[in-house]
Design a protein around this ligand. Structure first.
Ligand code: 13P
Ligand code: SF4
Length: 301
């Protein structure tokens, strides 16, 4: 039996479900029960009523959200080191300071945050629903963190003032994309459609035809009549895009756009995690209730 078969057998025995983010390694995506963006995976974790265990092949904040939303299930993160550096850029103290500076301004946090921060906000959002979440709020001035690029994008889309907390939170992987590279690729593939993630810079958004979350990009590529696509997000998504659209061509806007944290989940680590039932994601009780309320408010939108 190869490793993949061993994982599938163990998964059956333990009534486990494997959820994988669109940036995971191809072999992890291929073995997963479901591959999606951050909000789809959170939703899936709740919908899988019969599952006793969720193996969350992604990074810390996504697995934490699943644990918050599913207190009865065992949520495993195959590699403990898989942490999103952007989520680490915002602290509870920073949120408290911003609240004191802008009294009455609602706080909206991207799901790429620590659970302790989620417990301090009014509502969460993902890149798939950030514009809609902000539109539902009456306020015109909103504290938003930790991604300052997403804050700027949502502000442009809604006409509201989004105060970024911290001032310059960013994703180190999406920061690597540069419009010059897109221009060169456009010379080579003049008919290509450019899709970028809202974590990219405003300069990258300016050279794009479509801006959306990872799964929105997958949907857009499927429904579009275009045959060539230049992709401005982590390279792991190419596996899904190519699998779902064998007749279309996908070019990454920068070859080095790799999220090292997302790649920490390997088949070996996933196998051991499932076999030894580690690493169980635990969220302190003191923050669970408020963090869950912020996530549930997002689902209502
Ligand atoms: P998505 O919700 O679009 O999958 O994005 C999550 C993420 O971490 C992007 O870097
Ligand atoms: Fe975090 Fe960026 Fe990696 Fe997404 S791609 S998990 S935002 S570091």
């Amino acid at each position: 039996m190869d490793l993949a078969q061993k994982i599938l057998q163990l998964k059956k025995e333990k009534k486990a479900v494997i959820l994988a983010h669109n940036y995971q390694r191809p072999e992890i995506q291929d073995i997963a029960d479901y591959v999606g963006d951050s909000i789809e995976l959170s939703r899936k974790a709740v919908e899988e009523k019969d599952a006793q265990m969720i193996v969350f092949s992604a990074v810390d904040f996504m697995a934490e959200s699943a644990a918050i939303l599913n207190p009865d299930k065992k949520v495993l993160l195959p590699c403990l080191g898989a942490r999103c550096p952007m989520a680490q850029m915002l602290t509870v103290d920073e949120i408290k300071r911003a609240k004191a500076q802008y009294p009455g301004a609602p706080v909206v946090l991207y799901v790429n945050t620590l659970a302790s921060c989620k417990a301090q906000c009014d509502v969460c959002c993902t890149s798939a629903n950030a514009v809609e979440v902000i539109k539902t709020l009456e306020a015109d001035t909103i504290l938003f963190g930790p991604d300052s690029n997403l804050a700027q994008y949502v502000s442009e889309k809604t006409g509201k003032t989004l105060i970024p907390i911290p001032q310059n939170g960013f994703c180190p992987t999406h920061l690597l994309f540069q419009p010059e590279d897109v221009k060169v690729l456009k010379i080579q593939h003049p008919d290509a459609t450019v899709m970028v993630h809202p974590e990219c810079s405003s300069e990258m958004r300016a050279v794009s035809d479509f801006i959306g979350s990872t799964s929105k990009m997958c949907r857009y590529a499927k429904e579009s009549s275009a045959k060539d696509f230049i992709v401005g997000t982590e390279e792991g998504i190419l596996h899904r895009l190519r699998k779902e659209n064998p007749d279309k061509k996908f070019y990454i806007a920068y070859e080095g756009a790799i999220c090292p944290n997302m790649k920490l989940t390997t088949l070996d680590r996933l196998y051991i995690a499932l076999k030894e039932e580690k690493h169980v994601v635990k969220v302190p009780e003191a923050v669970t209730k408020n963090a869950r309320a912020s996530l549930e408010r997002m689902f209502q939108v």
